[in-house]
Design a binder for this molecule. Structure first.
Ligand code: 8DG
Length: 146
């Protein structure tokens, strides 16, 4: 039986584009494109995990928005994954390349043509239908008023 893992992801927005990274070649699915994020550790909420993973992988801090969509159940060759994707914007811009060797802000349309991990494809499809500038604006506005 495949192992089951819970994974928190950040859909980081800037000017109508989303941040994706190309997984380091020593990781499973090396060279494939992913949203920043990783496994939810015991005792963590998805929100705690997405903040920790982005701090570890990019060296950056987030303003978080709403979940992109309800959690997605999917699987790839090695695991069953339960993905928890959140909209976010960066409040710092280090963009370190720790887990990925290429980081790009791309449109959802461009992402449709890139090799993305299978379980994340429903997120990509969904993003093509969303006004990402409006989502980003809403995150930035609600964080200013806090
Ligand atoms: N980061 C990330 N992982 C994804 C995506 N889609 C998807 O199926 N996954 C899967 C791949 C992995 O099985 C799992 C994430 O674990 P990981 O190995 O990338 O992250 P991690 O940093 O927590 O783990 P590790 O490399 O330290 O073992 O979720 C995605 O868009 N981004």
């Amino acid at each position: 039986m495949k192992k089951k893992i819970d994974v928190a992801l950040a859909v980081i927005l800037a000017e109508g584009r989303v941040l994706v990274g190309r997984r380091n070649l020593d990781r499973i699915y090396g060279g494939w494109w992913e949203f920043p994020g990783g496994k939810i550790e015991p005792g963590e909420t998805p929100i705690m995990a997405v903040r920790r993973e982005v701090a570890e992988e990019l060296g950056d801090q987030l303003m978080l928005g709403a979940p992109v969509m309800p959690p997605i159940l999917g699987e790839h060759a090695l695991a069953q994954v339960h993905l928890f994707p959140y909209y976010a914007c960066l409040t710092t811009h280090h963009l370190r390349q720790v887990a990925a060797y290429d980081l790009r802000f791309v449109t959802p349309q461009q992402l449709l043509t890139m090799q993305v991990l299978g379980p994340s494809l429903p997120i990509v499809q969904h993003l093509t239908t969303v006004d990402l500038l409006a989502v980003q604006n809403q995150i930035e506005t609600s964080n200013k008023t806090k």
